[in-house]
Structure formats: structure tokens, C-alpha cells
Design a binder for this molecule. Structure first.
Ligand code: NAD
Length: 321
């Protein structure tokens, strides 16, 4: 099935949003994109790349006035509230009847449900979806993001959502109902955040005892400690050349974003009465790492550095085959 998209709105064109917007412009050649960001520079960059097809808007309301479908990609729940609910400049100040609103930000489920509820009470024909992503900036650039949609697979807009989000991602999961996309995202990052800590600690133990981390990694890979973190995001620098740890932990998924997502998972567990053995300690670890000037703004696998991991291990093995 093919859909025609004439006017799309995009709010928040930061590290992720700018690439997602760019992919839409590349793949939907007839689309006109109405863009707003509180920071002017990324909007100007899109306008100069696509002068005929990108229109800069002064606020979210203006975006909504011109667009039948709107994507938002802002940092936190408070920003999502501003974008949708601000009484003078928010999306819902415009007539949102029949519009499709897709929030890709990773935020708390309560805020997302509140925005959805407000949307539905003011405009019963509008549809609001939580649709957080994983895959990072590289996934946004390459259009290989995974989208976790807070809706049923039988949602009537699903064919359109698959088609549209497929321009920016390669996996689209309908998670069952409102806010469950956000729950899925938080659970994934809770798990991967803990694996990064566990992998760092286990490598530290072995290295402190004199093991070559390259060999230890090979053993993990063929035993039971193998993981995506070890294979694609190895926290120990110098083992895999392309990963952030081997590049001073630059690029990747910032430790403050991991702290935020980890906190969302722990909050959800508390709200639902789910017992966590590792939640508080994981949260403390990422909070402290995020506030450590040696780690802030770096890829979250910098938790290895935070935990005192040896980054200069290669010299110990220079004369060993
Ligand atoms: P970012 O800070 O780089 O970009 C967010 C953009 O939103 C900024 O340009 C900012 O100016 C804009 N903004 C903030 N408030 C606004 C408002 N009220 N109105 C309009 N624009 C506003 O953040 P990012 O890395 O692009 O992340 C966005 C979301 O995606 C976050 O929720 C994050 O957790 C999630 N996420 C990020 C990554 C990643 O690797 N960066 C990966 C997956 C998910």
C-alpha cells in the first residue's frame, strides 16, 4: 500500500531528529517538511540543504497548523509537555482534528499518557502515539532505527505508521497499547545498562589477575558471557577498533541518556511493585558516572572507566604473542 504525505511536521531536530528528518526528505521527494526547534542552528541547516521543501516554524503550534502528521523528538517529558500542551504555542492550540501525532522522545510513560489523554479529549479524531527508538545517532543516519510503537498491531493506522517509520528505521514493533513503546525502550536500556556494568566488572576482575582482555573476550564470546555489549560496544578500549571505547568513548549513547532511561525503568518497576535486585545500584552507578567529569557526555560504556578499568593495558602485553 502506498500513502501520500504532502505535509509533515518535525519538532526537535537535534542529534537524532536532524537525521530522521533528513531521511524523510530524501525518501519522500514530494513532501514539504514544517520544522521547529528551540535551537535555530539545526533548523537553518535543514532549510539550507532543502530550501524548497523545508519551512522553519516559530513554534509547535505553527508546525501543527501546516501539517497533517507530526513527529516530535525532544529530550525529556517536560519538553514533550511544552511541545504539545503549552497554552500559547503548543501543538494542541492548533486544530489537531484527524492529525497523526507521533512522539519519538524517550520519556516517562505518565507524561506520554497525559499528553495522549489531553489530545483525545480536545480532538477525538486525532491519534497520538509514543514511538521511542533505539539504534542511536548512527541508526538515525542510516535509517536503521528500531521503533517501539505504543499501540496494538491491529491499530487502523498501522499500515501508514509502518510505511512512514520505515523511511527512518528497519524494525517497527507494535508493543500492544499506549505507553508500552516507552516501557519496552526503558526495559531494553535497563538490561543493556546492567550488562555494560557487569561486563566492565568481569573484565576488570580478569585483567587485575593478569589476563589479556583480548583473550578474555574470546572466552566470553564462546562461553556464556557473550553479549551485544561485548560484541558491538566493548567497554574495554583497544579490543575492537570501531567502537566508542577505542575512540576515547566519543560518539555512541551518552551516559546521561543511559542514566535517564535507566531511571525510567526503575520508576516503572517501583510503580508496578516489581522487585529489582540491581535497580538502585545501577542507578547510583550511572548517576555518579554521569556526574564524573572524566565520563560526562561520553558513551555510556565509559562506565568501565568510571569503575577504574585499566585503559592502558596494551603495554602489559607488548612482548606477548
Ligand atoms: P538532542 O538534545 O540532541 O536533541 C533534542 C532537540 O530538541 C534539540 O535540538 C533541542 O533544541 C530540541 N528541543 C528541546 N525542547 C524543545 C521544545 N520545547 N521545542 C522544540 N524543540 C525542542 O537529543 P537527541 O539525542 O536527539 O535525543 C532526543 C530523544 O531521543 C531523547 O529522548 C533521547 O533519550 C532519545 N534517544 C536518543 C538517542 C541518542 O543516541 N542520542 C538514541 C535513542 C533515543
Amino acid at each position: 500500500m502506498s500513502f501520500s504525505y504532502d505535509t509533515i511536521g518535525f519538532i526537535g531536530v537535534g542529534s537524532m531528529g536532524q537525521h530522521m528528518a533528513d531521511n524523510l526528505l530524501q525518501k519522500l521527494e514530494s513532501v514539504r517538511l514544517y520544522v521547529h526547534d528551540v535551537s535555530r542552528a539545526p533548523v537553518d541547516a535543514l532549510c539550507s540543504k532543502y530550501p524548497e521543501r523545508v519551512v522553519a516554524c516559530a513554534n509547535s503550534q505553527q508546525v501543527a497548523e501546516h501539517s497533517s502528521l507530526i513527529l516530535s523528538m525532544v529530550p525529556e517529558g517536560s519538553h514533550v509537555r511544552d511541545v504539545y500542551l503549552d497554552p500559547s504555542t503548543g501543538i494542541l492550540v492548533a486544530d489537531a482534528s484527524n492529525k497523526i501525532l507521533i512522539d519519538c522522545s524517550t520519556i516517562d510513560a505518565a507524561t506520554s499518557l497525559a499528553v495522549r489523554e489531553q489530545t483525545r479529549s480536545l480532538y477525538p479524531t486525532a491519534s497520538f502515539y509514543d514511538a521511542p527508538v533505539s539504534g542511536g545517532v548512527l541508526g538515525a543516519q542510516r535509517a536503521t532505527l528500531t521503533f517501539m510503537l505504543g499501540c496494538s498491531p491491529t491499530d487502523p493506522n498501522m499500515p501508514l505508521l509502518r510505511d512512514l517509520l520505515g523511511k527512518m528505521g528497519s524494525n517497527i514493533f507494535a508493543c500492544g497499547g499506549p505507553s508500552l513503546g516507552l516501557v519496552a525502550k526503558a526495559c531494553n536500556n535497563y538490561c543493556s545498562g546492567l550488562i555494560a556494568i557487569a561486563t566492565s566488572e568481569a573484565m576488570n576482575i580478569g585483567m587485575a589477575a593478569g589476563m589479556d582482555p583480548r583473550l578474555l573476550k574470546q572466552i566470553f564470546d564462546s562461553s556464556t558471557a557473550q553479549s551485544t555489549i561485548l560484541d558491538k560496544w566493548c567497554p574495554v578500549p583497544g579490543i575492537l577498533p570501531e567502537v566508542p571505547s577505542s575512540n576515547g568513548y566519543k560518539g555512541g549513547f551518552k551516559v546521561q541518556l543511559m542514566r535517564k532511561d535507566f531511571g525510567l525503568a526503575v520508576d516503572t518497576a517501583k510503580r508496578l511493585g516489581v522487585r529489582l535486585a540491581l535497580g538502585d545500584v545501577g542507578l547510583e552507578t550511572y548517576t555518579a558516572a554521569m556526574n564524573d567529569p572524566r565520563c560526562r557526555d561520553l558513551d555510556s560504556r565509559v562506565v568501565y572507566r568510571f569503575l577504574g578499568g585499566n585503559e592502558d593495558w596494551e603495554k602489559d602485553f607488548e612482548n606477548v604473542d
